[in-house]
Design a binder for this molecule. Structure first.
Ligand SMILES: [Zn+2]
Length: 235
């Protein structure tokens, strides 16, 4: 049967990860003999016990606190020498990872890569916004043309207003393939009816007075129908 010490040694050998501990008690470097005080950053070196980072040849590394996963992963990848920094948590009674000690040039390279990534993402977002805008303006134009087609008597400019409203409502939900369906007569007609109800009747006024929607709609139904008839006729 293996002793506890043997098991711990085997485990740390397997992980091959250099560890630096933020000490929670007074410590002295086992090599240079310097009193490191409490909360010193140390490595543990077998029989010598604690070593200061200078003696452990780790004092040229930079501390990268945990939090930025991509930066951490890249900094480790670009650092030949790296060490995990652990601190004892009194509350949780275990060592907790504080971050990573990495090489300066490794960190620099990682930062450059992350920056390049964020620039790429910003460019992608800008392109996507332009594409979206183009799709929207194309959609508004087509929708307006359809509204004009079904309602040739509609006052000038209203078809644009109706189309823009429809675009606000449907954009984001409409993919290229769904555009045709979104332009069918029933959809265009519903958009025109909603517009007429709000702009050509007392519907909004009735709602403002606290009427129920169904009641207000019934009240203005005939007025809506009259306007639609007028708009459907060629002027
Ligand atoms: Zn030392």
């Amino acid at each position: 049967m293996k002793s506890v010490e043997q098991v711990v040694t085997l485990q740390s050998e397997r992980t091959e990860e250099l560890k630096v501990f933020i000490s929670h008690r007074e410590s002295t470097c086992g090599e240079c003999g310097e009193n490191l005080g409490s909360k010193a950053w140390i490595t543990l070196a077998g029989e010598k016990g604690a070593l200061c980072l200078a003696c452990a040849d780790l004092d040229h590394l930079l501390f990268l606190p945990s939090g930025n996963v991509a930066l951490t992963r890249r900094a480790r990848k670009h650092s030949t020498l790296a060490a995990v920094v652990l601190k004892w948590s009194r509350a949780r009674k275990r060592y907790e990872r504080q971050g990573l000690l990495v090489e300066a040039q490794g960190l620099e390279k990682a930062e450059e890569e992350c920056l390049a990534d964020s620039e790429v993402r910003a460019r992608q977002r800008a392109r996507e916004a332009i594409r979206r805008e183009e799709a929207d303006s194309k959609y508004v134009k087509e929708f307006a043309a359809r509204a004009r087609e079904f309602f040739p008597g509609c006052p000038t400019g209203r078809e644009r207003e109706i189309a823009e409203h429809a675009c606000l409502k449907y954009s984001g939900r409409i993919g290229r393939s769904a555009t045709a369906k979104a332009m069918d007569e029933a959809t265009v007609r519903l958009a025109v009816i909603a517009h007429v109800r709000h702009r050509e009747t007392k519907y909004d006024e009735l709602l403002a007075k606290g009427r129920e929607r169904w009641e207000a709609r019934a009240t203005v139904e005939e007025a809506v129908w009259r306007v639609l008839q007028k708009w459907e006729a060629k002027s």
